[in-house]
Design a protein around this ligand. Structure first.
Ligand SMILES: NC(=O)C1=CN([C@@H]2O[C@H](COP(=O)(O)OP(=O)(O)OC[C@H]3O[C@@H](n4cnc5c(N)ncnc54)[C@H](OP(=O)(O)O)[C@@H]3O)[C@@H](O)[C@H]2O)C=CC1
Ligand SMILES: CC(=O)N[C@@H](CCC(=O)OP(=O)(O)O)C(=O)O
Length: 310
């Protein structure tokens, strides 16, 4: 028995990676639109409304339009964009984030995939704040670097045309679209200060949360944080927790293979007064397409990691 799936935005960066992960699966029947009809609202509405599932790999406005086109039909949606991540009626598609989240996704009609940067931040902040090991009102700062495929076709073209860019800082108006979901799903009192940047690698991402126990003793010691994270992610096929940095460094490599893993690392100073929590992931993997496929598997009652790159 198979389920039918329409990918709206199938020839974009995330859409293509989803199709790659689904290739050859007998349990998924892909509905496709010809090149000259893929932006036609009538064709998209028919495809959306006729499918069991649809994954929206679109800019935010087009994702909102797709959700409206699907309204009243039986199709269950997974939205890769940031249009619905804090919207009422949508379930946040990060199965490992909190107890009960996987079950909520399995039962949901509308699932919003997390942003790539929030996946790294929330992997630490959500369970640790829920457990009382980090305070909700700490002035969190989130540093992050992303491969340029995180910006879709437009940023890929820019970095491929201008090979001289070594670092691109952005988000200096502090209004990055990922801040609301980080704030809401971690249960923060104050929005975090978010400092993203892009590096000249196609894919890959590091998200870092620096913490000062000297400034706020409510932050739990590193061994308690490690124990809590190990317990929270025990048995997860996608998330690892550790304290290792081979040769004292963590590397993102040019030309690395796609992965749907999320690797969490906890570091502390010798006196225990400072911590650095670092998440490593593939922006197109657990940060986007891999997470979409994981959510589809959960919603359709299929093996959760089918098609994923472990
Ligand atoms: N890239 C990443 O790492 C991540 C992306 N996302 C999100 O996923 C979504 C898709 O991103 P991404 O794949 O990178 O973006 P791309 O720009 O690579 O692809 C978007 C696709 O949507 C198509 N499109 C645009 N408007 C419409 C429309 N009205 N109807 C049908 N198709 C349309 C585009 O067409 P055309 O080819 O003609 O331009 C393009 O193929 C975005 O919301 C993004 O923020 C989320 C997490 C990570
Ligand atoms: C490098 C880069 O430009 N990244 C994108 C985010 C990619 C992503 O996660 O997309 P969503 O916003 O849909 O979550 C950005 O910062 O806007």
């Amino acid at each position: 028995m198979s389920v039918s799936l329409f990918i709206d935005g199938a020839v974009g960066t995330t859409g293509l990676e989803i199709a790659e992960r689904l290739g050859g699966r007998a349990d998924i029947e892909l509905i496709t639109l010809a090149e000259d009809r893929r932006k036609d609202s009538t064709a998209r509405a028919d495809a959306l409304r006729g499918a069991d599932f649809a994954i929206l790999c679109l800019p935010d406005d087009a994702a909102r339009e797709a959700a409206a086109l699907a309204e009243g039909s039986a199709v269950r949606l997974i939205d890769a964009s940031s249009a619905h991540r804090v919207a009422a009626g949508w379930t946040y598609g990060f199965a490992e984030m909190a107890t009960g989240q996987r079950e909520a996704i399995a039962a949901a009609k509308y699932v919003s995939n997390p942003g790539c940067y929030p996946t790294g931040f929330l992997a630490f902040a959500a369970p640790l704040i829920a457990a009382g090991l980090l305070p909700a009102d700490y002035p969190y700062v989130v540093h992050a670097v992303s491969g340029y495929s995180g910006g879709g076709k437009a940023l890929i073209a820019r970095f491929e045309e201008d090979q001289g860019i070594a670092w691109r800082g952005y988000g200096f108006a502090m209004g990055h679209k990922h801040v609301p979901e980080m704030t809401q799903h971690a249960g923060l009192t104050h929005a975090p200060v978010f400092a993203p940047a892009v590096i000249p690698a196609h894919r890959g991402m590091a998200v870092e949360l620096p913490l000062s126990r000297a400034a706020d003793p409510r932050i739990a010691p590193a061994d308690e944080i490690m124990a809590a994270l190990c317990a929270h992610y025990a048995g997860s096929p996608l998330v690892s927790v550790g304290t290792d940095a081979p040769d004292g460094e963590l590397l993102l490599r040019q030309g690395s293979n796609p992965t749907d893993r999320l690797d969490l690392r906890v570091f502390t100073s010798a006196d225990g007064s400072q911590l650095r929590l670092v998440a490593l992931l593939d922006n197109l993997g657990k940060g986007a397409s891999g997470a979409c496929v994981q959510n589809l598997n959960i919603m359709a009652g299929l093996p959760e990691t089918a098609g994923l790159r472990l």
